[in-house]
Design a binder for this molecule. Structure first.
Ligand code: TXA
Ligand code: MG
Length: 317
């Protein structure tokens, strides 16, 4: 049976074949992953990649992440080393993106990684996207399915908020399990985190037996997408607030807040993973309610709280 939205499809064998066929024909489709929903296109096809940039209004100098099922096809496109192998064994499939050297013989379309010599690769864990990737002969470029700089989608319907009918096939995979984008780690030269996410510097450090820092100088490592305002509901936002103001939306965390008007609790239990999962949902709800201002309490800066604070900071610029 079809969903009430004619472009949202439930996952079954017939629709899986349909999605794969669309991708083979250089179309762009909406897909769930465990982090956020994405717009998927054949990473070897310039036609597909151009469509992605155009749909997202994304600057061409902001490279995309290429998603693989496993190492088989990856090895044709990128150079891997011992550090990658250790991390892959521990964290993939899952919410970790690796920056690797691109092979000169790679079939990846140059625009996919903005003509850089490096490529960002990820092995998503979500069952639907893995089924799609399992038996196609090309990897998928999948940026988050939102217009550049705005809020990432965490369910199929969110994609329609930004794109309407422009995306005519979206797989319904329910709410994203994690709700924040993957951790991005640079493995070329100095190993460091370019974008914090669900997997923490500590966990990565344990596997590589060294201290891993979150890079503060993104410019130098040419990751333009990580520089400016992002993940934003487009409403002025103030961080580290102790109390709210009249008529503003108040994003809070923890049990001490009683359910009052204008209050949006990321996690009444005070659980940071739950807060991460709710962050974009709450941004979207506040936007729909047409608030003119958002105040946010201080969020603990540990575990996935580091990634939450990173997104809040970028959304508040
Ligand atoms: O969780 C995720 O990673 C989601 C889901 C859909 O997989 N995807 C995602 O893609 O967040 P996107 O395009 O919204 O973010 C990709 C980030 C950008 O900030 C980009 O600058 C960075 O990865 N990136 C991509 N290729 C890079 C490269 N070669 N070197 C450095 N940074 C790169
Ligand atoms: Mg994005």
């Amino acid at each position: 049976m079809r969903n009430i939205y004619p472009n949202i499809f439930k996952f079954n064998k017939k629709n899986l074949l349909r999605a794969q066929k669309l991708l083979k024909k250089n179309n762009v489709i909406g897909v769930p992953t465990e982090t956020v929903y994405g717009l998927a296109g054949n990473a070897y096809s310039e036609k597909s990649i151009k469509k992605i940039y155009k749909l997202k209004k994304r600057p061409k100098k902001n490279p995309l992440i290429v998603h693989y099922y496993d190492l088989k096809i990856l090895k044709r496109d990128a150079i891997i080393d011992k550090n990658f192998e250790k991390l892959y064994k521990k964290f993939s499939p899952g919410p970790l993106t690796y920056i690797l050297k691109k092979k000169s013989s790679s079939k990846l379309c140059n625009l996919t990684s903005s003509n850089l010599k490096s490529v960002a690769v990820r092995f998503p864990k979500n069952k639907i996207i893995r089924s799609i990737l399992r038996n196609i002969s090309f990897p998928l470029a999948i940026p988050s399915a939102n217009i550049s700089e705005s809020i990432s989608p965490v369910r199929a319907k969110d994609i329609i908020d930004d794109f309407g009918k422009k995306i005519n096939f979206i797989f319904d995979g329910g709410f994203s399990k994690i709700g924040l984008e993957s951790t991005v780690i640079n493995l070329i030269g100095k190993i460091q985190i370019l974008r914090p996410g669900f997997i923490s510097p500590n966990e990565i450090g344990k596997v590589l037996k060294r201290k891993i820092i979150i890079s503060k100088n993104f410019k130098k490592i040419r990751s333009p997408g990580l520089l400016k305002r992002h993940y934003s509901p487009g409403i002025p936002m103030k961080l580290n607030c102790k109390k709210n103001e009249y008529k503003a939306a108040f994003i809070v965390f923890g049990k001490k807040y009683k359910n009052k008007n204008n209050l949006f609790n990321l996690s009444p239990k005070g659980n940071l993973k739950e807060a991460a999962k709710n962050l974009y949902k709450i941004f979207r709800a506040i936007k729909k309610l047409k608030y003119k201002k958002i105040n946010v309490v201080k969020i603990p800066n540990k575990g996935i709280g580091v990634a939450i604070n990173d997104r809040l900071k970028k959304a508040s610029r």
